[in-house]
Each structure stands twice: as C-alpha cells, then as structure tokens.
Design a protein around this ligand. Sequence first.
Ligand SMILES: Cc1cc2nc3c(=O)[nH]c(=O)nc-3n(C[C@H](O)[C@H](O)[C@H](O)COP(=O)(O)OP(=O)(O)OC[C@H]3O[C@@H](n4cnc5c(N)ncnc54)[C@H](O)[C@@H]3O)c2cc1C
Length: 402
Amino acid sequence: MYDAIVVGARCAGSPTSMLLARRGYRVLLVDKATFPSDTISTHILWPHGAAVLARWGLSSALEATGVPPICRRMTFDVGPFALHGTIADANGGRGGFCPRRKVLDNVLLEAAAASGVEIRDAFTVEALLFDGDTVVGIRGRQRNGTTVEERARLVIGADGVHSFVAKHVHAPEYDRRPVAVCAYYSYFSDVPQDDVELYVREHCALGGAPTNDGLHLVMVNWPTADFPVVRADIERHVQRALALAPDFAARVNSGRREETWYGTAGVPNYLRKPYGKGWALVGDAGYCRDPITAQGMSDAFIDAEQLAQAIDAGLDGREDLEMALARMEAARNERVRPMYEFTYQLAALEPPPLPMQQLFAALPGNQEATNAFLSAITGAAPLGEFFSPENLRRVMSAAALA
Ligand SMILES: Cc1cc2nc3c(=O)[nH]c(=O)nc-3n(C[C@H](O)[C@H](O)[C@H](O)COP(=O)(O)OP(=O)(O)OC[C@H]3O[C@@H](n4cnc5c(N)ncnc54)[C@H](O)[C@@H]3O)c2cc1C
C-alpha cells in the first residue's frame, strides 16, 4: 500500500512525487512512456518556473545539461514595435531556460528517484480501482505485458491534457474554451541567436530560443482552423510566417534544420476540479491553457508544490484533506485566471486592441517599464499590477514627457 500513486512522470508528476517522498511518503510513479523521451511541447521555462527548480535544488542539475540561460535580453516584437528587455523579477535575475523536454523531464525523474520514489516506466494505467465512490488504486499493464494492481491512499493524475484519471473520476470541468492555435516547431543549428525572441503578427506568432546541444528551437503558431492546410505543406507555411519577421528569418535560414517538424492541432483550455474522494489532479490534467504564453511547465511546477503541501497537511492530520485541497484549488484559480484570460486573448492572433497598441507605442525607450511589461506577460509579476489603470497612466505620461 502506497501513500500516493502518481500517474504521469513529466513536469507535474515527477515533482509531485519528489516533494511527497521528501516529506517521507511512500510514492509509486508510473508512466506509459519510457525515459528519457521528448513529448509534443516547446519548452520555454520562464524565470519564475526556473525559480521553482532552484527552490527544489535542481538548478545545477539542469545547468549541467549545457542549456543556456534566456530572458537576459529577450525580444518581444509586435510588428511596429520591438521590445527588448530582461526579466529581473524572478529567479534572482538569473533568467529562465529552454531545455529540451527529453532533458528537463529526465532531470525531474532522476530527482524523484533520488528522493526515494519508486518509478515504473512503460506502465500504462488501464483502470482505476474503486471502493464505493472512493479511488483506492490502479490497474496497469507493465513493460512485460502483465497486468498488476496497486493500491494507495491517493491516486494523483499527472497524466496531461487527455488525463485518464480525470476522465475516469469524471472530474468537473469549468471555464472551458475551444482550441485556439495549432503549432509546428523544429530544431536548427548555427543560428545566430543568444536569447528568446517572440514575434506576434496578424494570424500567426513565431519565435525561437537557444536550447540544448547548440540547437535553436524555432516555432510557429497559426489559428487551429489552418492546421490541415499548414500540415499539407509545413515548410511553405513556416517560410511565409518567417517572412513576417525578416531579420529573424534571415538568421534561421542561415542555419540548418536538424530534425523533422513536430506539430499539433492544439490543446483545449479548461480548469478542472483537481480533487475528490481518493484522487487529485496536477499539471495539465487539472488546468490547461493555450501554449502561446508558454506557461504550462511553470504552472505544473507551482501546482505540484501546492498539491504536495495540501496532501501533506491532510495526510499527516494538520488539516482536513478535503479542506486543504479545496483551498489549493481556490489559490490555483486566483493565481492563474488573469494569465488564462490574457493567453486566450493572445491566442486569437488578432491585432491588439487600441489601448494595447498605445501601450506598445509608449514602452520603447522606457526600459524599466519594458522590463516590467515582459515580467508581467511571462508570469514573473502579476499581470493585474502592470495593467492597473494607475500603472498604465504612469507609463503613458512618461512616454508623453519623453
Ligand atoms: C505545442 C505545445 C507547446 C508548448 N510549449 C510550452 C512552452 O514553451 N513552455 C511551457 O511552459 N509549456 C509549454 N507547453 C505546455 C506544456 O507542454 C504542458 O503544460 C506540460 O507538459 C504539462 O506537464 P504535465 O506533466 O502536466 O503533462 P505531460 O507533460 O503531458 O505528461 C503527462 C504524462 O502522463 C503520461 N500518461 C498519460 N496517460 C497515462 C496512462 N494512462 N498511464 C500512464 N501514463 C500516462 C504520459 O505518457 C505523459 O508522459 C506546450 C504545449 C504544447 C502542446
């Protein structure tokens, strides 16, 4: 009998397991994938996400993979205005990273193993075990094809956007929005590029960042309705998008594409109730937003931390478990909602509304406000504070004076 079985061993599952094991709980972590392995996801880890890794003592393990830091002089370009700045409001100004998922997820899995978590990869969960209406375990197929049952006080679904656990406990879903953007991305060598660059254009958004092994991630987003057309001729559509950012295009095209184009029609946007009798959800299983603002991995880390705290409070009797988990859900929702709205607006890939255009026009030349803006839109600082009427008035009057 385990204290917790965690289904899914990537950004949400490995840290949740690690944090519980570090508190002395007996944890089984299973995943149908084998590791190290990639998954369909680009991988910009903003400074506030990197700060969570630092809190867990994992920065040096990540840095040892050779992935360079980003967000020290990043570019956010909306066409008429290109903003360059740094994000100093998180991770002590040391920036974020863009680690390949096969690298990052393996660092997280090894940290879970080092904390005493029992790990079984190539293990597919095929059923949840119930006692009445309470989840008490899992049934799964192991690497050798045999089926086993395992029991735990809690089964945690860290199993991503198509969560098996969420589906089989009928986790209530709310605030759902349809899929907004589709994406293709690949890896290039020999691209002159030191930091993350993002270009938002009408009908598409593109960008890139240096990653592991001297390679550069290059990614393009379009409205999801375009997916069949883009998929039919990826290269032509990527080149069309790149042409909207000519300097970036020239640098990408001076390099060489080293891998195939990876793509997806997109992911839905939703929040789910992340707990019930004998179960909990963490990461994308509980909350998913369009990837355009690159929040998912950082959100998964924060969620893992908050879930582990709530479970610990409940299992060791300091607080009623259900109340601790309800508090966690409320805190999650309060934290993520402004970014959820902002992300969905950006994912429409439509020209920014007039007040936003006026803001973009006011920022160049005001480095402090530009840095604050970049901190807000990446999640290092609360969006509401930057976009408060008083702050916007301050930025506008500074521009008027200049
Ligand atoms: C195109 C795209 C680009 C993105 N770009 C970024 C970005 O730049 N930055 C960022 O922060 N986020 C990005 N994201 C979001 C990010 O990928 C997710 O938020 C993040 O992976 C969530 O982690 P997770 O651990 O919750 O789920 P996942 O990473 O999806 O892991 C779920 C795991 O569960 C396992 N699993 C599922 N079902 C079962 C089962 N039945 N039995 C056993 N195992 C199971 C899977 O094998 C998988 O390993 C992007 C997403 C997409 C789609």
